[in-house]
Design a protein around this ligand. Structure first.
Ligand code: BG6
Length: 397
């Protein structure tokens, strides 16, 4: 039987049920010790936020096939025919990884027309979800050890279905037990709150959706434009990181707020959920992420001077609806921090604070718009005296 922890990029292969796996050879993981050090950063979380231009680049490296306007992977372990036979994808994950999964859902539906559902791994493991032979389970996990995600994987494999894993830790249990998968190559993530693994997960899911699309009916032209736009992302993230001080100034004004609302539409909705999770994880602030249009079905009742609203509103196909939502919040005396596309000066006159991200394809905006949200949550946590890298204890306010 194939050794299950072989050369780095095709490490997936597992013993069938009941077979005792052979002792595994030692694996040399591909990151240098200093990666574990904080270097010049006061916290691992800030270091990992600033690593994202590199980590996204390494998630993409050797996987862009411009010749065929395609993505290529070394460890999927399923044939193209098996992938073409897939007619439904179920994604199971927890926390930040689930938010990346929600973006994967949009990407797989848009680029590959594949019906996709995203499940809380903690619920999925106990459900008797109907699974056809042509349904693929995709689990997403930074650590590869999250028990709910592992249990979901084992349940579906027990029923004889294939499971792919998008994972960051090469030698983890989930990496060993999945049938195939894609590594993030993001290096160790020491901050408890995931940051760089989120953008690497989204980048890898964009490539996977491209792959599934191009073996179906996604045009060569669309494939090429996605590859070109992906290649620009690392430098674009770098340009956003240069606004770090400006984000800190905004954090100074809102660090005392006890409630935040975070809104977004389409691809920006999961980013809003992620932004709210970072505020909750880091600063113990009550923060809710919502699809922006949902705000009229109650959240708008919370809008007041003391509850800032963060709007993820890149200039995409749904921008004008998002802008209308912003105007409604402002009409209700709400304070608005907006994240939008460079050049959108009009919006700056309609909001209290504005942060800009470079232009990219709608489906890739989460890779950019999440960065100011990570920085905002980080600076607010520092200003509230929280233990940023291990945010367990309630902070001194
Ligand atoms: C939680 C972390 O424990 O696990 C989150 O606080 C993380 O930040 C979640 O997103 C899922 O972890 P993983 O490793 O499965 O992606």
């Amino acid at each position: 039987m194939q050794s299950i922890v072989g050369p780095l990029d095709n490490r997936f292969g597992v013993p069938t049920l009941g077979q005792v796996p052979k002792p595994m050879p030692i694996t040399h993981l591909d990151f240098k010790s200093e990666a574990a050090e904080r270097g010049c950063f006061p916290h691992f979380m800030l270091k990992e936020i600033f690593e994202q231009p590199h980590t996204v680049a390494s998630a993409l490296s050797d996987r862009l096939d411009h010749q065929a306007a395609m993505a290529r992977f070394g460890g999927l372990n399923l044939s193209t025919a098996e992938f073409r036979a897939v007619d439904r994808v179920v994604i199971a994950a927890s926390g930040t990884s689930r938010h990346a999964g929600l973006i994967g859902e949009y990407l797989l539906e848009e680029l590959a027309h594949l019906p996709t559902e995203v499940e809380y791994a903690s619920e999925f493991r106990y459900r008797n979800a109907p699974f056809d032979k042509s349904t693929l389970l995709l689990v997403i996990t930074q650590s590869g050890e999250t028990s709910d995600t592992l249990a979901g994987l084992r349940e579906i494999r027990r029923r004889g279905h294939k499971v792919l894993a998008v994972c960051n830790v090469g030698d983890s249990t989930i990496a060993r037990e999945a049938d195939g998968g894609i590594y993030l190559h993001a290096g160790p993530e020491r901050g408890v709150a995931s940051t760089k693994s989120f953008t690497s997960q989204v980048a890898v899911l964009a490539l996977f959706a491209l792959f599934m699309g191009r073996i179906r009916r996604l045009s060569r032209e669309n494939g090429s434009s996605l590859l070109r736009a992906l290649e620009e992302i690392p430098a674009q993230i770098q340009s956003i990181l240069e606004q770090n001080n400006h984000v800190r100034e905004i954090a100074l004004k809102y660090a005392r707020a006890e409630d935040f609302l975070v809104f977004g539409r389409q691809y920006s909705f999961p980013v809003a959920l992620e932004g709210a999770l970072k505020l909750k994880e880091m600063s113990h602030i009550h923060a809710e992420g919502y699809p922006a249009a949902e705000m009229n079905h109650h959240p708008i009742a919370f809008v007041d001077e003391a509850t800032p609203s963060v709007f993820v509103a890149p200039v995409d196909q749904i921008y004008y609806e998002a802008r209308r939502n912003i105007e409604e919040i402002r009409a209700g005396e709400g304070r608005v921090i907006a994240i939008t596309t460079e050049g959108n000066e009009t919006l700056s006159r309609k909001v209290d604070e504005i942060l800009y991200v470079p232009q990219t394809l709608d489906c890739l905006t989460p890779l950019l718009t999440v960065v100011p949200l990570q920085l905002l949550a980080y600076h607010i946590a520092v200003l509230r005296g929280c233990d940023v890298d291990k945010p367990v204890t309630s902070p001194k306010v």
